[in-house]
Write a protein that binds this ligand. Structure first.
Ligand code: ZN
Length: 154
């Protein structure tokens, strides 16, 4: 019988609060197993606005509706609105995912920071960012992480 592995990476505060509980419910209903990888620090999605000034971005925006996909509030996090701390304010949701039987792991600490800088920074920077995620994971789950799926850098 063929086997599928589902990996779900959760990028935003809204995705954690609204998307994760619905996904958990749907997966449970169909008796499907999955691993959730969480963004554990601040949601700075709005800072992706910097990418508007990069070549190729506008073409991409016109093809996909960014506003519809993320919602206005998410696009303002880290710019005009402070970025909500996902790990701190959604700890209960994150633990509940594990408690109903899904594997949980680290996606990152700050998704936007990671994506924007990981390719250009040194090993110390990467270690610090990853340590923040590990420390936060332990704070939330009380155990060390066993799974990691970092975002791809730009
Ligand atoms: Zn991601």
């Amino acid at each position: 019988m063929p086997q599928l592995a589902l990996k779900i990476d959760v990028d935003t505060y809204r995705g954690t609060r609204e998307g994760v509980p619905r996904l958990v419910e749907t997966l449970k209903r169909h008796d499907v197993q999955a691993t959730f990888f969480f963004s554990l620090g601040p949601d700075h999605t709005g800072r992706a606005i910097r990418r508007v000034f990069r070549p190729g971005f506008l073409g991409k925006v016109s093809r996909t509706s960014v506003l519809e996909h993320y919602g206005l509030k998410t696009l303002l996090y880290g710019t005009v609105l402070p970025g909500p701390d996902i790990g701190r304010s959604c700890a209960q949701i994150l633990r509940s995912v594990r408690d109903v039987g899904f594997e949980v792991g680290i996606h990152c600490y700050d998704h936007i920071r990671w994506q924007d800088y990981v390719a250009g920074k040194d090993a110390n920077w990467t270690r610090r960012e990853m340590q923040r995620a590990v420390d936060r994971f332990i704070e939330i789950f009380g155990v060390a992480p066993k799974a990691l799926l970092p975002p791809v850098g730009r």
